[in-house]
Write a protein that binds this ligand. Structure first.
Ligand code: GRF
Length: 262
């Protein structure tokens, strides 16, 4: 069995750091284990910074935006009543990125007043150049967590190296079943009676990284791909908001494939 990572101390972050905490844990990773420092020391009331990547309608993004809005309203209400309360969500979306323009996901971000950017693969000489440009753009926002929410591109090695253990994705099937672009259609074609959605840490393969959480969705006799995917997406949005909030409020470790909230 692999030896778990060991926390050996704390380091003070510079005053101009955009991170919402003052200190980071120093963690030693014995050979064979892998774990990001996670979120270790929040300033009271300061939310975790997240960058969301989208390619389409952005309903998962909207669920995260709505959770942040509800959180702010609740915090304001508590402040008015001179009460102290822990945030219910605990994350703030600092930017939304896309691999294309003219999509509803970017409109949703605009409407919420969130900075956006779009980097198209075809505008770069190579896929690797695009991957590095995406890495650099996302890094400008100093995210604690990157959320790929309906982002229809595989993130490359340079991107993943920069945000190792800090990129999650959501997939509309119960991993390891039905990876790839057509999770609901493949589940329907196979004839399974239960499918669902999976939130996982991106590790470089196709929908195969360490699982953070899953939700089951029954397949109905009269389902077609659209009706099944819509029902999965309802579960997916709730799961994503729950997972992002827990990661933001609690921090996490990844030990081999096991994800643990702190
Ligand atoms: C989600 O089901 C996601 O898992 C899949 O594409 C869908 C994106 O939906 N990869 P939206 O853009 O968040 O509405």
């Amino acid at each position: 069995m692999a030896t778990p990572p060991v926390q050996v101390g704390w380091v003070r972050l510079p005053d101009n750091s955009k991170h919402p905490y003052e200190e980071a844990a120093v963690v030693v990773h014995p050979e064979g284990t892998k774990s990001p420092p996670g979120l270790v020391h929040h300033r009271p009331g300061a939310p975790a910074r997240i960058v969301v990547l989208v390619s389409g309608s952005g309903t998962n993004l909207q669920a995260l935006i709505d959770a942040e809005i509800a959180d702010k309203a609740q915090q304001a209400q508590h402040a008015e009543e001179a009460q102290q309360a822990a945030p219910a969500f605990g994350a703030t979306i600092v930017a939304v990125g896309a691999d294309r323009t003219g999509i509803q996901g970017l409109e949703r971000a605009d409407q919420a007043g969130i900075p956006t950017f779009a980097l198209r693969v075809k505008d770069f000489a190579t896929r690797e150049d695009w991957d590095r440009a995406l890495r650099d753009k996302v890094a400008e926002y100093e995210p604690d967590l990157v959320v790929s929410a309906g982002f229809m591109k595989l993130l490359g090695p340079d991107f993943l190296a920069a945000f190792d253990g800090r990129v999650i994705n959501t997939h509309p099937a119960l991993s390891p079943s039905f990876p790839g672009m057509h999770g609901p259609a493949d589940a329907l074609a196979y004839g399974v009676k239960v499918t669902g959605c999976t939130v996982f840490f991106v590790a470089g393969g196709v929908d195969d990284g360490p699982v953070v959480a899953q939700a089951a969705v029954p397949v109905e006799a009269d389902d077609d791909v659209a009706s099944l995917h819509e029902r999965i997406k309802t579960a997916e949005r709730a799961l994503l908001v729950d997972v992002v909030g827990r990661l933001a409020r609690q921090g996490w470790t990844i030990d081999n494939r096991k994800v643990t909230f702190q």
